[in-house]
Design a protein around this ligand. Sequence first.
Ligand code: ACO
Length: 401
Amino acid sequence: IDIKTLRGVTGGVTTIDPGYKNTGACESAITFLNGEEGILRYRGYSIEELAEKADFLEVAFLLIFGELPTKEQLEKFHSDIKAQSVVDDDVRKIIDAFPKSAHPMGVISSLTSALTAFNPSSVNVDSEEEMYNAIVRILGKFPVLVAWTMRKKHGLPLDYGDNTLGYVENILKMMFKKPNEEYKQNPILVDALDKLLILHADHEQNCSTSTVRIVGSAHTGLFASVSSGISALWGPLHGGANQAVLEMLSAIQEDDGDTKKYMAKAKDKEDPFRLMGFGHRVYKNFDPRARIIKVAADEVLADLGVEDPILGIAKGLEQEALNDDYFVKRKLYPNVDFYSGIIYRAMGIPTEMFTVMFALGRLPGWIAQWREMRLRKEPIGRPRQVYIGENSRSFKDIKNR
Ligand code: ACO
């Protein structure tokens, strides 16, 4: 039965597949991954090659539009994004209204949704041109929201960066520039962030991406769809793992580096604790992104002259897990988030911002998946269920219950 015919079929047998472990929700031409062999490709290009040779904006273009951009296409794309990199001044008031203790993921998902209020023409988009306008808008404004969310936490003024800089350079400047101080760009940090963002840019139908596609399938606009993706990413079993990993490694450090204790906790079925940064729904061999990040973490720390004992703990834990029957049997290997937090920490990014950095990287993937879903005129996402509740009952008046 072909997919077109399948689209018209309802009311047949309902399959049940908790967690959609074996259910494909769509056809997609964006990202290929083979979990058994540890292969990840964006539009046919290997993640290893892209991380080494491309920059983040090139990869964003590739994911969204399907081909690597020519020099002219990339310049136009960047210039269209820069033209949209100012947010309405009232956004500052919204940011100010959040308590300083607010988690940045809550702030950033709210701000992304709030963008719809300031950009009503991006709410209902149907044509490719309207989609393009919404896409460059969010790519222009999202980094500002990210930087301002962090600046507010640090009590820094909500300043803009410098649009003469590259996309990633500008993000770093917006995040870190101190008032009355000249900001010096560090090429090591630019390169590291470029790499991290590329590695996070797409990962086919994961929890947040499926969320973006299913919300968007109701023809909800791009900003609101992305906002719901951010909420999905927040969870510790998904993107929130990068924050949880660093917190876990810090806890182990404070506990005299007792990795064995945490290994035992992770294996104890009575204990809800899991070794954060280990395991993946699809990768049952290794996560190719983790390999690249592990090397990058070594390089960044060496280049910056940072000696972080947390890196030693992470490596020790990895070795123990790789030689432990429980982890080997269940094919639990370090995932992308096991080492990313160590790099973010070395860059001076606070732990609570780690998942926001993930969202910044994943943004092109969400956009590409949302656009593909709309261009393919996917039907509204609406899973079925197998009902296991009470049978028909008569209503009981409140006095008789
Ligand atoms: N520590 C200890 N045990 C684990 C771990 C872990 N990190 N991950 C899985 N297991 C165990 C489970 O308890 C289960 O054991 P059982 O068969 O004895 O019941 C078995 O391995 C299979 O685990 P599931 O939860 O069924 O696997 P699933 O594919 O549903 O989950 C997930 C994948 C969510 C990534 C899981 O491995 C996990 O919770 N990891 C820790 C959180 C994490 O790092 N998330 C980031 C994922 S990458 C990303 O989203 C960017």
